[in-house]
Design a protein around this ligand. Structure first.
Ligand code: ASP
Length: 313
């Protein structure tokens, strides 16, 4: 039994392990762990408290993949629901589809009995507004909805500050089944409707019992263009070790053109329960916990530096 998560998953990893210990599935464990991160208002990159898009709307992306069946479910640009990971799971279990976006995802959430809630916290709204005030004149801010050229403001507002974050959970139960889950409010100040890598199976999330699983945080456009999570698993299938597979997937990103160069992080797990994580930035960590451990442990990620000079992260 093992759970691996991005470092912000620390608030949910013990609960996820408790699910496995009590006989729950890897899917149950991933969902339970991620729900706690989604409910953590201190985390401004996932669920409640997430930094909103350019218009001040919190739009959430999430996905879950079952490595036993290779089934998956995902939601994108979902507004007004605290637990996109649970709605993604319902997409996997209740629909002959993988990904629902926007109003359709919200309709489905209501149909499945999820309650609507306010996701924009006062703190996140203040951070959002302060940044807009620095970047644009008052008159534009006062009428953002009606602004004919939002594109120029997305570029200006998102310059030179990291504005993203995501939670990744990978779990393997005692039966060997693997599940991977990802949830995020995406890039802060993004263009409305922008979808990152997190709800895209193959980009930000992939799991296959036969080989392992991987999930990403960082500049989603990179993982989309390189198919990063799937690449890690495919390299495992080709016989590379977990460390080689992760390094290779990171190195694949180096060929991307600007502006698709920024921070990228991967967590990975192989079918034998070995874990590793990778980053192109120094001092990045991840957490893991096995069935024998009382507390999770935080470890450094393997550094795979590239030409990541772009400021858009
Ligand atoms: N990967 C997420 C996205 O691009 C955000 C992040 O992890 O920084 O939406």
């Amino acid at each position: 039994m093992i759970i691996v998560a991005s470092s912000n998953g620390k608030v949910g990893i013990s609960a996820a392990m408790a699910v496995l210990r009590n006989g729950g599935s890897a899917i149950d464990a991933v969902e339970a762990g991620i729900r706690l991160v989604e409910s953590n208002p201190q985390d401004d990159t996932v669920g409640i408290g997430g930094i909103p898009n350019l218009l001040g709307q919190v739009e959430l992306d999430a996905s879950i993949m079952d490595g036993r069946t290779l089934a998956a479910g995902a939601v994108a640009t979902l507004r007004g629901y605290e637990h996109p990971i649970s709605i993604a799971r319902k997409v996997m279990e209740e629909l002959p589809h993988v990904l629902l976006a926007g109003s359709g995802a919200e309709r489905f959430a209501a149909e499945m009995g999820f309650q609507r809630g306010e996701l924009l916290t006062e703190k996140a709204r203040e951070v959002w507004e302060e940044r807009l005030r620095q970047a644009m004149p008052e008159a534009v801010l006062a009428n953002l909805e009606g602004e004919p050229d939002l594109r120029q403001w997305v570029k200006r507002v998102r310059e030179s500050r990291r504005s993203g974050g995501t939670v990744n959970f990978l779990a393997q139960g005692a039966d060997g089944d693997i599940c991977a889950g990802v949830s995020t409010s995406g890039q802060g100040w993004k263009y409305p409707g922008r979808v990152g890598d997190s709800p895209l199976i193959g980009a930000g999330n992939y799991a296959d019992n036969r080989y392992g699983a991987a999930a990403c945080t960082g500049l989603g456009e990179m993982a989309i263009l390189a198919g990063t999570a799937r690449s890690v698993v495919l390299y495992l299938k080709m016989g590379l070790s977990l460390e080689e597979a992760g390094r290779q997937a990171m190195e694949d990103l180096h060929a991307l053109p600007a502006p698709y160069l920024g921070e990228m992080n991967i967590v990975a797990l192989d079918r034998d329960g070995r874990h590793a994580a990778f980053s192109n930035r120094e001092d990045r960590t991840y957490v893991y916990m096995t069935g024998e451990m009382d507390e999770p442990e935080e470890l450094p990620r393997v550094l795979v530096p590239g030409d990541t000079t772009a400021d858009l992260e």
